[in-house]
Every structure is written in C-alpha cells, then in structure tokens.
Write a protein that binds this ligand. Structure first.
Ligand SMILES: C[S@@+](CC[C@H](N)C(=O)[O-])C[C@H]1O[C@@H](n2cnc3c(N)ncnc32)[C@H](O)[C@@H]1O
Length: 209
C-alpha cells in the first residue's frame, strides 16, 4: 500500500517521467522477466525505471546468490523506497546477490560491466525523439553481445495517437513513432500481450545479434 500511494504522489508531481498512473501488475512483471528462467549460470540483470518495484519483485523470483542485480531510477523518493525495500522485504532474496540502486538518469549511468538482461519500465512514448534515441542506444551499450532487452508499452496508445493526428489533420506519423517502429522491426524477437494490467500492455523482447 505504501508503494502504491508513493506511486500516485510521484505521478502527480512528475507525470512526464513517471508516465503512468498505476504501477504494473505481477502479470506484466512475469512477462518481462520470462527470459531469466532459462539462463544458465550466474546472470547480470539491470532494471531501468523500477519506480516502486512491481517489476523488481517479478525479477527477484528468478535471482539467485551469485547474480548481479542493479536498478537505475531517477526519482529520489523512489530510490529511497527501493533501498528500504532491499533492506527489509527483499532482504532474504538478495542474500549473496550483488545489488545496487543507481539514483540517476539511465542516460548518465557509467558502468564498467555489461549485463545479460536489461529490463525497462521507461515510458518511451512520452519522450522526444532525441531522448528516445539516446535511451535505445543506452540499452544496447549496457548489454553483452548475447544480451536481451525487454520493455513494455501500453497497448494501442500509439495507434490512438496516430488516429487522433489524422483526425486533427496533424502530421500522420510522428518521427518518434517512426524511430520506435524501426527499432521494433530491426531487433524484436518476441512479444507478450498482458491484459491483466491497467492499461493493458505489451512486453517486447529484443536481441541484437
Ligand atoms: C512508467 S514508470 C514504471 C514504474 C514501474 N517499473 C512499473 O512498471 O510500475 C517509469 C519509471 O521510470 C523512471 N524514469 C523515467 N525516466 C527515467 C530515466 N531517464 N532514467 C531512469 N529512470 C527513469 C520514473 O521515475 C518511473 O519510476
């Protein structure tokens, strides 16, 4: 409950970066974390934009001692909450795990190591093209050659916005949607539609080899 209230408050104050009024459900978390199940050996995972941690909890089900699990979150209140959860609710699951919360923009993160999995909750559709481009490049830079990226977006949002643009006689396809569509066309390997989420969402999975 504490985390849901915190999410509402931060959405009110920072709607552009928080991007959604409701935290994700466990069903969406499960879809985003599904590739972790089949990985053999210690794995390195980084979650971008964990907010109050609903997807983090889905990821934690697949984290074992010896794994690395880092979070990158720009909102300081969320960072504080995540660190508290790591010390309390998640303490047992994080035993033997190299866990860290980086409280910064993901575009600013400088890490020596690469990750096997990038799992992101960033609201890409809210950002301008140049920001989207630097986030997409950032995701790829964080991954090993065989690494996988998973992120979600709300179903139908882009289609509705494109239809509205046509109705309002605005530019039919905004450059940012072209950018996202061509990223999807080039690298997407799998998707999962999740209707038990508000709004319903699609988890997209990407590989770069
Ligand atoms: C749509 S919310 C998702 C929260 C949570 N993962 C969920 O699914 O309910 C997006 C989160 O990304 C964070 N965020 C937005 N832009 C960011 C950036 N450039 N770097 C790191 N975190 C960012 C926001 O503060 C927010 O917590």
């Amino acid at each position: 409950m504490r985390s849901v209230l915190s999410f509402f408050k931060e959405f009110k104050d920072n709607s552009m970066t928080v991007g959604s009024i409701f935290p994700s459900t466990s069903y969406l978390a499960e879809a985003l974390a599904k590739n972790l199940k089949t990985f053999e050996g210690p794995k390195r995972i980084i979650e971008i934009g964990p907010g109050t941690g609903p997807i983090t909890e889905g990821i934690l089900k697949h984290v074992k001692p010896g794994d690395t699990f880092h979070l990158v979150e720009v909102n300081e209140s969320f960072c504080e909450l995540l660190n508290k959860m790591a010390e309390n609710e998640w303490k047992e699951q994080l035993e033997g795990v190299d866990f860290k919360v980086h409280c910064c923009f993901m575009e600013e993160i400088g890490l020596e190591h690469k990750f096997d999995f990038v799992i992101s909750g960033l609201p890409l559709n809210n950002f301008k093209s140049d920001v989207i481009q630097s986030i997409l490049t950032g995701y790829q830079n964080l991954l090993t050659d065989n690494g996988k990226l998973s992120y979600f977006e709300y179903l139908y949002v882009r289609k509705i916005k494109e239809k509205l643009n046509v109705a309002l006689k605005r530019q039919v396809s905004m450059p940012k949607y072209k950018l996202l569509n061509s990223f999807v066309d080039a690298y997407q390997v799998d998707t999962d539609e999740v209707f038990l989420n508000f709004p319903p969402a699609i988890a997209r999975h990407f590989a770069f080899r």
